[in-house]
Design a protein around this ligand. Sequence first.
Ligand code: ATP
Length: 502
Amino acid sequence: MASLLKELPSMTTILSVYASISGLSMLIRTILNEMIPRGMREYIATKFSDFFAAYFSSDFTFIIEDRWQAVENETFRAVEVYLPTKVGPSTRTKSLLLGTNDTNNITAPPKPGIPIDAKVVDFFQGMHFEWSLCEKEAKKYYHRHKRYFQLKCKKNYREQVMQSYLPHISNTAASILNKRETLNIYTYDIEDSMWESTVFKHPATFETLAMDPDLKKFIIEDLDLFVQRKGYFQRVGRAWKRGYLLYGPPGTGKSTLVAAIANYLSFNVYDLQLQGVRNDAQLRRILTSTTNRSILLIEDIDCSTKSSRSRNQNKNPKEDRKEEEEEEEDQLENKISFDPGVTLSGLLNFIDGLWSSCGDERIIIFTTNYKEKLDPALLRPGRMDVHIYMGHCTPAAFKKLAFTYLGIKDHVLFKCIEELIQSTVTTPAEVAQQLMKCDKPQVALQNLIEFISSKETEMVGKDGAKKHEEEVIKEEVIKCRIEDMKQDVRQSKILTTSVYLT
Ligand SMILES: Nc1ncnc2c1ncn2[C@@H]1O[C@H](COP(=O)(O)OP(=O)(O)OP(=O)(O)O)[C@@H](O)[C@H]1O
C-alpha cells in the first residue's frame, strides 16, 4: 500500500499538468477563433452538437408536411382529423382552437382544432407521443405558409409508429370522415392560396328535382355504378373519375342537380372560379389540393374564356367582333407576359391527362348555358363522360314541382297548365317561383296560369320583331365568319393553337 502511494503523482504535478492543458486549449481556441470565420465556427459547433444529440438522445421526431410530392399529403390530413379527437379535458394542451363553419346554425357547438405550436399528448398501446403543429414561411409570397406536424417519441417506438400507430390514425380518420353528417362546400381563396370551406346544407335531392324520370334514373344508376367500380377502373387502367357536363338555359336546375348529386353521394363540393387562377401551375396546385370523394364544380365554363364572356354581353355582332379583336390582342400580350392565365390544355390535363390520376373517387362537373360555345376539345369523347341537357319545364316536371311546393298530385287546373307549358318556353325556376307565392293550391296555380299566359302573349308580340332581328343577326354572323376566316389565316402565322382561359 505504501509503495502504491509512492507511485501516485504529487498534487503539484497534477496541478501543473492541468495548468499546461488549459493553457494549451486556450491557445488552440484563440488560434481557431482568429483563423476560422465566425459563421464556419458556428456551423461546426451545430454539427457537433447535432451528432452527439442524435447519438446519445433517446428521442425521435417524425415530420409530416401538408404536401407530399406535389399533392396534398393524406397522412397530414389524417392527423388533422384524428388529433382534435385527442384534445379532451384530460389532455395536456395549453391552448385550443375552437370554431364552427355552420352558417345555418350559430348555436352549433364549436369544434376543436389544433393551434400552431400547441402540444398535444397521445397514448397508444402504452406508448407516449407528443404532437405539435408548426408553420414555416413559404418561399414565394403567393404561396401559403407550409404547415407540418411534428411527432416526438422514444427512438425505440419508431417501428411501432410506422407499423401500427400511423395506420391506426389513418383508419380512425377515415371512419370519422365516412360518418360525417355535414358536407362542406369549398371555394378557393386566391390571396391566401387555400381552399376555404363552409357547411353545405343544400336541401335539393333527387326526390325534389323536377326532371325527366328516365334521365333521373339514368343519373342515379350512373352514380351508383361509379362509386362501386374502384376495381373496374384499376383493371381498365383509368383514373377513378367521372365527368359530367350539364348544359341548358338558365334556371333549369343545373346547380340544383349538382347539390342533389353531392347530397346523394355525401361528397364535398369544390367550387372553382377559373377566372381568378393565375396560370396552369397554380391550377395544378389548386386541383391537387382537393380531397378524394369530392365534386369539383366549374360553373359557366363557356364564360371562362374572354371571347365567350364578351359574346354573352353584347347583342350587336359588330361590337362582339371589335371586342374579340381586342381580346385576341390581349391574348397575344398574355402569351409573353409573366402571368399567362389558365390554358384549356392545362385544365384538360387534369381531366384526362397525366394529372388525372391524382386522387380517387372524384366527380368533375362543368356547367354551361351555351354548349355550342365550348371548345370542341372539351366535348371530345372521353373528356366529359356524360352530357346532360337540362331543358325547359315539361308537364312531368311541373307535376313534380307542384307536389314539392304545394304537396298535391292532381288538381282540376293541371290540364290547363300542362297545355300552356307545352306551348310556351318556361323554366322550372319560373314555375317554382310562382308556386312559392302562396300555400293555397288554387291561388298558386291560378297565379301560375296568369304568369304563363302573359309570357305567351309577350312571345306572340315579340315574334315579328324577333324574326327581323334574327335575320339581321344571321347576316352579321356570316360577315363575321368571313372576317374570322381571314383573321385565322393571319393568326395561324403568329400563334400556336393553345386556347386561353383567364
Ligand atoms: N329542375 C328543377 N327542379 C327543381 N327545382 C328547380 C329546377 N330547376 C330550377 N329549380 C329551382 O330554381 C332555382 C334556380 O335553379 P338553378 O340555379 O339550379 O338553375 P341553373 O340551371 O343552375 O341556372 P344558371 O344556369 O343560371 O346557373 C333553384 O333554386 C330551384 O329552386
